[in-house]
Design a protein around this ligand. Structure first.
Ligand code: GDP
Ligand code: IMO
Ligand code: MG
Length: 443
């Protein structure tokens, strides 16, 4: 017993190592990429642990704009290792295309990237199946990014037709899997649409094996790597994709993505235990946006929403689709902050709201006469929710050059404080423009 206490406290050493995560508190596109980029400077490793190339994270500095999809945002900084962990679904063709884009922009970074051998592979049939599924839903389509994300996760959970990165880089295993899976999938696709595309096993094997040759040097047991890094005192930063309201278990199901995109996904997606994450920052826009289908109680399907869309350039990073815009939904954001247990919040794109005479924050829902401050589980109830709005005066000034909270117009400060009060989490950053420098850090 005494020997136990005399041992170096390895377990506690891991707990005390700074490991921070950044997650979205809305329906995605909250400016997570910008905040991850700012925090990357002080970290050694940046980890993507869920989602895939459905994400689109934008980073701006030195007059340049970078759009990252499957690659962790840390890839842009040379002192950092970037990790794609087991919970991510990887399209190897998309991965290489993105890397090649960065190399063309003179960021040769493949040597700083590690891809988990446990991560699952998005294959051509996943994209075909998703197209068929979305078509079959008609007007209730989820409005997915059409990247084969959900169908790949479905096969992972179903186990029978799953392909992992470890299989992809083993030529014989991969070829055998393609020959087993394609005839099965093709039968289903043909039954749905006899005139639809026909897959060719040899072509798939050739294309993916060529890609695998390039991916192979990046493949590793990232779980052991991350756990060892923690023990060695390295600083880890976990980059969430999508937003908590798109979480498959806790979001606005079925209008969600197929992974745990709230804070709940960090541990199962990365293999790093929950107790090692010492800080979680939730990012929310100063208003709300959503891409694709699904209920959105504070949506402004009118000229105000259009004004926000134009001012905030609210068009999808991945698909270019116009994002639906609405008032800040504090009910949904508070729910997200609570389920993830965030320590602090970031309010982003506050500058977009300059010039409004008055602003509104949704502080409760009226669902068929019942007022509630919690997010209902059923989509039908959320679709019936009417926002109970709190009015906050607007401000006219351009705030894009302000770097201190106290220098913001009084009503902009009041607006942020109203959000803080309803969401019940302290504000850590306020973002007033897309560039790294346009960020207020609360002291
Ligand atoms: P992510 O998916 O959460 O990383 O967010 P996206 O990159 O998809 O969308 C956020 C968009 O807002 C990007 O175009 C950013 O460049 C931009 N952006 C980030 N912060 C701010 C801000 O404070 N103000 C403005 N006007 N734009 C911002
Ligand atoms: P980032 O990381 C916003 C949405 C899609 C669709 C739903 C399911 O940039 O915040 P999927 O292709 O994942 O099966 O689509 O989820 N969606 C996002 N919306 N930002 C994202 O990522 C998203 N990733 C998926 O529009 O409604
Ligand atoms: Mg995005």
């Amino acid at each position: 017993m005494s020997g136990f206490f005399l041992k170096p406290p390895v377990f506690f050493a891991s707990v005390l190592v700074p490991a921070t995560s950044v997650i979205g508190l809305q329906w995605g596109d909250e400016a997570k990429g910008k905040i991850v980029d700012i925090l990357t400077e002080r970290h050694d490793i940046v980890v993507r642990y869920q989602g895939g190339n459905n994400a689109g994270h934008t980073v701006k500095f030195d007059g340049r704009t970078y759009k990252l999809s499957l690659l962790p945002t840390g890839i842009l900084q040379s002192h950092v290792k970037s990790v794609i962990a087991p919970g991510v679904v990887v399209n190897p063709l998309a991965l290489l295309k993105e890397l090649d884009g960065l190399i063309a922009g003179s960021h040769d970074c493949s040597s700083r990237l590690m891809v988990s051998d446990r991560a699952h592979v998005i294959c051509p049939w996943h994209l075909l199946e998703e197209a068929a599924l979305e078509k079959s839903r008609g007007s209730s389509a989820i409005g997915t990014t059409m990247r084969g994300i959900g169908t790949c996760y479905r096969d992972k959970v179903g186990r029978s037709h799953a392909v992992r990165v470890g299989d992809l880089i083993c030529r014989d295993t991969f070829a055998a899997k393609v020959k087993e899976i394609v005839p099965f999938k093709q039968k289903i696709l043909n039954a749905l649409d006899p005139d639809g595309p026909q897959m060719n096993c040899d072509e798939i094997i050739a294309e993916y094996s060529t890609a695998a040759d390039r991916v192979r040097p990046m493949v590793a047991d990232t779980t052991t790597y991350l756990l060892d890094a923690l023990d060695a005192g390295k600083w880890l930063l976990f980059e969430g994709a999508q937003g908590s309201l798109l979480d498959v278990d806790h979001g606005t199901f079925p209008y969600v993505t197929s992974s745990n995109s709230s804070g709940c996904g960090i541990h199962n997606g990365s293999g790093v235990p929950e107790r090692a994450i010492v800080k979680m920052i939730g990012v929310a826009k100063a208003y709300t946006t959503r891409v694709g289908g699904g209920p959105f109680p504070s949506e402004l399907d009118n000229e105000i929403g259009q004004r926000i869309r134009i001012a905030g350039n609210e068009f999808g990073t991945v698909t270019g689709r116009p994002r639906r815009c609405g008032w800040f939904d504090a009910v949904a954001t508070r729910y997200s902050a609570r389920i993830s247990g965030v320590d602090s919040i970031t309010i982003a794109l506050l500058d977009v709201l300059s010039g409004f005479d008055e602003l509104f924050v949704c502080e409760a829902y009226d669902i068929r006469g019942q007022v509630t401050r919690t997010l209902p589980s059923r989509c039908e109830d959320l679709a019936a929710a009417k926002p109970v709005l709190r009015r906050v005066p607007g401000w006219q000034e351009d705030i894009t050059g302000i770097t201190e909270f106290s220098k913001l117009p009084e009503s902009a400060q009041q607006y942020c404080r109203a959000i803080e009060e309803i969401v019940q989490k302290p504000i850590e950053f306020v973002s007033v423009g897309p560039d790294r420098s346009q960020t207020i850090r609360m002291s």
